[in-house]
Design a binder for this molecule. Sequence first.
Ligand code: SAM
Length: 375
Amino acid sequence: MNFGHEHPEHPETTDERSRTEETPGTGFQDPEAEPLASEKAAGADLSGVSPGTAGLRDGTAGEPVPRLREEGVEEPAEEGTGEPAEELAEEATEETAGGPAGAQGRPFAFGDLVVFVDSKQRRRLQRLRPGRVFQAPPGGAIRHDDVAGLPEGAVVHTTTGQPILCLRPTLEEYILAMPRRTQVIYPKDLGQILVRSNLGPGGRALEAGVGSGATSLALLRLLGPTGTLISYERRPEFAALARDNVRRFLGEDPPNWRIELRDVYEGIDERGLDAVVLDVPEPYRCVDAAAAAVRPGGVLLAWLPTTNQVQELVVALRRHPAWDLVDTTELLLRPWHVSQESVRPEHRMVAHTGFLITARRVTGPAARTGPGSRD
Ligand SMILES: C[S@@+](CC[C@H](N)C(=O)[O-])C[C@H]1O[C@@H](n2cnc3c(N)ncnc32)[C@H](O)[C@@H]1O
């Protein structure tokens, strides 16, 4: 299956993304009982696995990052090992009024997403349904009927007496658990994207591509109901998956979000945008179109997994009179082990996810400040 344009000089650029996205087994997790990728059981051999980094697939090599699991802990339904797509479609079309958008602060109701957390911090995501039973990893079961009506944060006991904490999923937890068929931008980098894009409530942004919808979810939250997000995606199956993922989390199709099935390399129609956020293999091909689409002072932001992609984009931005303050960063997230006995960094961490490149739209000619800016 062809994922993207083959780059004439760096075929591996596209290929690496393709391998990541089309690794056999990437895809659907069991929406009925999704162990969160951030699942962290207590125990020494789980050091280094932390929310936001566990279970990442390396964006450059497409290889799974080694994951440490406590012995005897059930292997989670990693991508592709869960239920088939039809199961998801069913989830997405069911009554979704209980999505987190309007749910915060009120007791659990049928239709809500619930994270069940056991005493080893293993987490499972389920949608609350009448008559349904949650089989807890430590043993025993919990009837969904017994959870409906409880306040968030309540502890219920399984039929074998195990305490289980009930919470609504955070955005981070949901992104790590949601079905995905493409590589997603993980919460570690999403946080930076939200700040570096300089977007806020009421803003207007364009995103390409949509993939599984992780970035869309984060941007929608940032822009709020008065903002607008336009998302270009050239593959209908990914657009559909992203729409399902967003609907399952928010409980509705956000009226301020529009997905267009199209190739961002062929142009951007919007004008006066506050930011363009790119997660496509060859963003350097969008530099000109983005300059026409973004308002003066606005931001172009790209997430890229490899250095050759970064260099290509940065050179293109520096050569363009409408872009300045080109900036490249990489974010390292180091989880810590904190216990009564010891406080130290975890032994393992995810070494690499991707790079963030930003540039500011100027009315030109660009001042060209900064290292290497006159290349
Ligand atoms: C890695 S995924 C994006 C993941 C997304 N940011 C997320 O966090 O879930 C890349 C997506 O870009 C799409 N894509 C690649 N080239 C594109 C193009 N020229 N125009 C529009 N979409 C494109 C792919 O089909 C794929 O869905």
